[in-house]
Design a protein around this ligand. Sequence first.
Ligand SMILES: Cc1cc2nc3c(=O)[nH]c(=O)nc-3n(C[C@H](O)[C@H](O)[C@H](O)COP(=O)(O)O)c2cc1C
Length: 379
Amino acid sequence: MLRYWTAGESHGKALLALVDGFPAGVEIETESIDFELRRRQGGYGRGGRQRIETDQVELRSGIWHNQTLGSPIALEVINKDAKLERLDDLSRPRPGHGDLTGAIKFLGPIRGILERASARETAARVAAGALAKQLLKPFGIVAFGYVVELGGIEIIPQPGTLEEQRALRERSEIYSLNPDQDDAVKALIDAKGKEGDTLGGILEIRVEGLPFGLGTHAQWDRKLDGRLAQAVMAVQAIKGVEIGMGFRAARLPGSQVHDPIHFDAAQKNSPNLGYTRPTNNAGGLEAGMTNGQPLVIRAAKKPISTLRKALESVNLDSKQPESANYERSDVCAVPAASVILENVVAFEIACALIDKFGGDSLAEMQARWKLFHEMARER
Ligand SMILES: Cc1cc2nc3c(=O)[nH]c(=O)nc-3n(C[C@H](O)[C@H](O)[C@H](O)COP(=O)(O)O)c2cc1C
């Protein structure tokens, strides 16, 4: 069983991830993890914090000569802005943050809540997800995330191969698949930033190269749709998750929703084993299992809740009305959220891959992958 936990505060000494159950014999490239960490820090609309930090991962355990050992892997991302001991508490909770509820629940300072609730924690989640991607790589499984809507502007992805779309996303400061729309989106972010306001958006994550049968129909807590939804929803500021056609499916008749099944013997050796679908409205999942089609997940991210034009709040000491505290903040972190989701989704896929193909070593998993595909082609 693969799993991970994170630790660390936004302005503490470091963010940490402890990954347990990672198979032995996987080649680890630190640069690939750092690449994802850098992408998480970028995207148009981020605040001053990202100019201070240059996130890099330190692999503290579980690796020998760049290969995993099968033992727990500790990952560390050092905070340059490690000023927690010098920071004061807040007294005017920000609507949309955990400030009010956390201070009451834990009978303590708002600072103690916001430092952990902060999305700085996702540096650790991205590091764990980027590690998981290195297990997916030998199986040809690729997770790919991008922005499809920002502040109400729909961004139409340009079609292309995965490589072409990756190049488009690299060119886009919004991390979308249509850099031609960047100027309009950037202008909106600038305008809202000047007004002291913030913006949210919609992200799409696709996973290609998946085999049949990750996840299971048999027990609720091992259904892959449920696991993915939890991993995605548990990212800060994510307020909605859809798989495939999602909410739109509720408004259409079945004949326009479900993906017909065809067979093309020429594709027998690809992950779909020859079973093709003219549409992919199910988003690659049926009955909690991958069905050989690409996985497609969408998520809605709410706008940042720390507004320069602060919202109405109450001073917790005097109980008098006052505007909420303002702390240095992003105007828009939708592009960064696409990186976080890509990596948390990759981690869940790695978990499901290990559940299906065993997890002691990469070599054993590859042998079982091969055997399963041989048997499934004969089914
Ligand atoms: C990449 C990313 C960056 C974020 N940056 C900020 C920020 O600068 N200021 C802020 O108030 N909230 C920010 N958030 C959102 C808060 O962390 C989040 O709204 C808060 O912890 C409350 O949790 P909830 O929105 O999930 O209910 C960010 C979220 C993400 C995903």
